[in-house]
Ligand binder design. Structure first.
Ligand SMILES: Nc1nc2c(ncn2[C@@H]2O[C@H](COP(=O)(O)OP(=O)(O)O)[C@@H](O)[C@H]2O)c(=O)[nH]1
Ligand SMILES: [Mg+2]
Length: 243
């Protein structure tokens, strides 16, 4: 069977209000571009998100659903979805649609121009932030970036945490086969692995809008994030080598 042009992964933890809209928007967008698209939802939690997507998938063979009743982490959801994906391009976007799917247009051109990984960014001059995060999250993100760059080091990357990242299929499969962190820090880990493997990463400005509905637990979640950043550093070789 010919692979779909794209596999879009939507990680979702208790997103019953947002998920149907996110799926149909993505489906309509790729259809309008004449792309065949597989959509994989990694749905954790117990609010009925997974069941709703399963229901939608009955009439749509290009829609798949994975996930766990217990929260398993965004990183784990994306990793399991990449393993199940077959598109020529594999990528993920937040289910709460902080980045509109039309921004894929800006990503795609770089993937056809020799880049292996293309990531959305809020940190570039041309990024358009339509609704900002609350101040404590903005400050937290800035502090996080300094801490992360000191401990792990991702030279040249201004925004690791924007949840809009796309890979050529073989690149996604290879990078994610080395990926271990289950929580939010998996974004840092995959970029670090991709850099160490010598892949070309392009950061592109995107339109971004805060949804004011975070799943991050500010205390326990951030303690885990700090621990995971150190874990990522320990697991990476100091210099660029073949993994
Ligand atoms: N599968 C899965 N998805 C998650 C988990 N935690 C967060 N997500 C999803 O990851 C995306 C970003 O998370 P969120 O906490 O909303 O980020 P924020 O809105 O930027 O604070 C959303 O689509 C979430 O539903 C998880 O434990 N498992
Ligand atoms: Mg959210």
């Amino acid at each position: 069977m010919t692979p779909p042009d794209i596999s879009l992964i939507l990680p979702a933890f208790n997103e019953v209000k947002a998920i149907a809209g996110a799926i149909s928007e993505a489906r309509d967008y790729f259809r309008s571009r004449n792309y065949s698209a597989e959509i994989i939802v990694a749905a954790d939690g117990d609010d009925g998100t997974r069941e709703l997507v399963r229901e939608m998938a009955v009439h749509d063979p290009a829609l798949k659903v994975l996930g766990h009743k217990e929260r398993a982490g965004k990183g784990r959801g994306v990793r399991e979805s990449v393993a199940a994906a077959s598109g020529n391009i594999i990528g993920y976007a937040d289910a709460d649609r902080k980045v509109p799917i039309e921004e894929f247009g800006a990503v795609e051109s770089w993937l056809t121009q020799g880049f292996d990984v293309v990531i959305g960014s809020r940190a570039l001059a041309a990024s358009r932030i339509e609704r900002k995060q609350p101040l404590h999250r903005q400050l937290g993100s800035r502090g996080f970036a300094v801490f992360m760059q000191t401990v792990v080091g991702l030279p040249g990357i201004g925004d690791t945490q924007c949840g809009f990242k796309f890979f050529l299929r073989d690149v996604a499969k290879r990078v994610f086969s080395h990926q271990r962190v289950d929580g939010y820090m998996f974004d840092v880990e995959i970029l670090a692995i991709a850099q160490r493997l010598g892949y070309r990463i392009k950061e592109v400005p995107v339109r971004w809008r805060d949804d004011g509905d975070s799943r991050l637990d500010l205390v326990a979640g951030n303690l885990r994030n700090v621990r995971d950043i150190f874990r990522i550093r320990r697991s990476l070789p100091g210099t660029k080598v073949e993994l």
